[in-house]
Design a protein around this ligand. Structure first.
Ligand SMILES: Nc1ncnc2c1ncn2[C@@H]1O[C@H](COP(=O)(O)OP(=O)(O)O)[C@@H](O)[C@H]1O
Ligand SMILES: O=P(O)(O)OC[C@H]1O[C@](O)(COP(=O)(O)O)[C@@H](O)[C@@H]1O
Ligand SMILES: [Mg+2]
Length: 323
């Protein structure tokens, strides 16, 4: 393994820069040439490559976003698109890849490997924490802290006006950000895609809160749930009860930006070094994960056939604490 390509793909996540830095520095430490690939699979298809030296990753450890930029590429989902990407990698003598992205990016790397034999190691980089085989993904901790900070601020208004707020958080089809931000932010109820929510039960719960003199109520809604968006759920609740002065806040892309927490910086740094070392040792078709505070190497087929659900116990805890 002499030349390693590194790229970020899918939604950007805080800590991606720390991971790029670790890959570049560890690669150079082990006498590899590191080639940065811009804009994920789009840049791979177009051959948008740049050699990276030690100083090219100075002062990025603490920055959100990704200096390599990211993209979602429709073309790469086709065998033809991946063949184009492979031609570019061959032309630039790239022997292996380290990709930083979510479940979609991991699936893309797996297909490229199966079709063209390019060894790769994936680092889980997504705010959603929706990939099996790791307790945490890079960016999840920062995004959840950002959501909690926003929830605390909204509580000030909720308290001052005795209002009911529905706060929508990201996570695509996963409730990880929602349940953790819900526990940390003291939500009266957390609505996640993994569970069916009854509007009648929610109204009952809110009414009980009213009877117990709750002066503010915050409901955290994960995007992507079957019960609808925060806006739709708020509307349904209003139709069933005129008791509440209701407002809706969608946190949106606020959750993707900002300086990574210490946790995400350390996680990304450890995973970046592990990626270079494991690729050099001959590991491939794997995603690095952290499980019980230990680095693990997950084969694509072993983890991507399994769903990753929020811990049932977390839902129980949120419920107990919201009375
Ligand atoms: N099933 C797939 N086959 C091949 N490539 C895929 C597949 N799913 C996703 N990708 C590639 O990975 C990119 C990033 O995936 P996406 O789901 O958008 O984000 P993330 O990697 O953060 O989950 C997609 O734009 C696409 O190019
Ligand atoms: O920024 P976009 O393209 O609108 O995508 C929004 C989606 O990206 C995310 O922020 C991150 O998802 P990925 O890491 O899978 O790309 C999701 O929580 C959200 O559903
Ligand atoms: Mg994803």
């Amino acid at each position: 393994m002499k030349r390693i390509g590194v790229f970020t793909s899918g939604g950007d996540a805080p800590g991606m820069n720390a991971a790029i830095r670790a890959v570049v520095r560890a690669g150079i430490y082990y006498d590899k040439e590191i080639i940065g690939i811009y804009r994920g699979y789009e840049g791979m298809i177009e051959g948008d490559f740049v050699p990276m030296d030690v100083r090219s990753v100075s002062n990025i450890l603490q920055r959100g976003g990704t200096i390599l930029k990211s993209a979602r590429s429709t073309e790469f989902k086709t065998p033809e698109g991946r063949a184009k990407a492979y031609e570019q990698l061959k032309k630039h003598n790239i022997d292996g890849l380290i990709g930083i992205g979510g479940d979609g990016s991991f699936t893309g790397m797996h297909h490229l490997y199966k079709e063209h034999g390019i060894p790769y190691v994936c680092l889980p980089g997504t705010i959603d924490n929706d990939i099996p085989g790791t307790d945490y993904t890079i960016g999840f901790d920062t995004a959840t802290n950002t959501a909690v900070e926003a929830i605390d601020k909204i509580r000030d208004t909720a308290l001052s006006h005795n209002r009911l707020f529905f706060i929508e958080v990201m996570g695509r089809d996963s409730g990880y950000i929602a349940i953790n931000a819900g526990i940390a932010g003291g939500a009266v109820s957390v609505i996640i895609p993994e569970e069916q929510t009854s509007i009648d039960e929610l109204v009952k719960k809110l009414n009980e809160g009213g009877k117990h003199n709750k002066s503010s109520s915050l409901v955290i809604v994960a995007e992507g749930g079957k019960s609808g968006s925060a806006m739709e759920i708020a509307q349904k609740v209003k139709e069933k009860s005129s008791y509440f002065d209701t407002k809706v806040t969608i946190l949106g892309h606020l959750q993707r930006g900002g300086a990574p927490t210490y946790f995400d910086r350390v996680l990304a740094s450890k995973m970046g070094v592990a990626a270079v070392e494991s690729l050099d040792e001959g590991k491939t078709d794997v995603m690095i994960g952290i499980v019980n505070n230990k680095m693990v190497y997950n084969k694509f087929e072993e983890i991507m056939t399994q769903p990753k659900y929020v811990h049932k116990d977390d839902l129980r805890i949120a419920k107990i604490l919201s009375i």
